[in-house]
Design a protein around this ligand. Structure first.
Ligand code: URA
Length: 209
């Protein structure tokens, strides 16, 4: 089974609590999501490969470490995933960005792809898929399946919130993909919402309700 990384840093937990409140405004929800995404990026990039380069300090030459941000691709599952991009890019500004759009077929309930745009040379890149909510897992599973066709070096999945059902589904379909989350909530309701959750992430980010 893939690993589940629960990011329980007090700053992350504090901001998530503020976001969950139903009276949080669109602007504060979006700002908190940005801050939280930057904090989560620290954890997600912890094992990123580094290389030694030679630099000149004001006093002497030394060998020092850098990451190759260009090898990293943040893949946003539209549309709510876009709420995570900016915060993560503030920490890894060299990262490339891909977008994947999926909708649920009302008859078959399967995820249908309507948009897919990735950088080139995906076989040399490490992918971080972002979506605030890992609920039924259907979009996450379909997105990872599609991305695996491109043979990337690695794939991680990052969400703000998930539940046992979402974790179980993604782990069963993709046991090699680690999951990073700030919380594991109690359960899904009959409409596929996470309880207690924070409501519809896309609507709360974009103010569309
Ligand atoms: N998507 C959301 O935006 N919220 C949920 O609770 C579940 C899926």
């Amino acid at each position: 089974m893939s690993q589940v990384h629960l990011i329980d840093h007090p700053l992350v937990q504090h901001k998530l609590t503020l976001m969950r409140r139903k009276d949080a405004s669109t602007s504060s929800f979006r700002r908190l999501l940005g801050e939280l995404s930057s904090l989560m990026a620290y954890e997600v990039t912890r094992d990123m490969p580094m290389q030694d380069i030679e630099i000149e300090t004001p006093l002497e030459t030394m060998t020092s470490k850098v990451i190759d941000g260009k090898k990293l691709v943040l893949v946003s599952i539209l549309r709510a995933g876009n709420g995570i991009l900016e915060g993560m890019l503030s920490v890894v500004p060299g990262a490339r960005v891909g977008h994947i759009g999926l909708y649920r077929d009302p008859k078959t309930l399967t995820a249908i792809e309507y948009y897919f745009k990735m950088p080139g040379d995906m076989q040399d890149r490490d992918i971080v898929v972002v979506d605030p909510m890992l609920a039924t897992g259907n979009s996450a599973i379909a997105a990872v399946e599609r991305l695996k066709e491109m043979n990337p070096r690695s794939i991680k999945f990052v969400c703000l919130l998930t539940c046992p059902e979402g974790i179980g589904a993604l782990q069963a379909a993709h046991p090699d993909v680690p999951i990073y989350t700030a919380a594991i909530d109690r359960q899904l309701d009959s409409h596929g919402y996470i309880l207690p959750g924070l409501g519809d992430a896309g609507d709360r980010i974009f103010g569309t309700k």
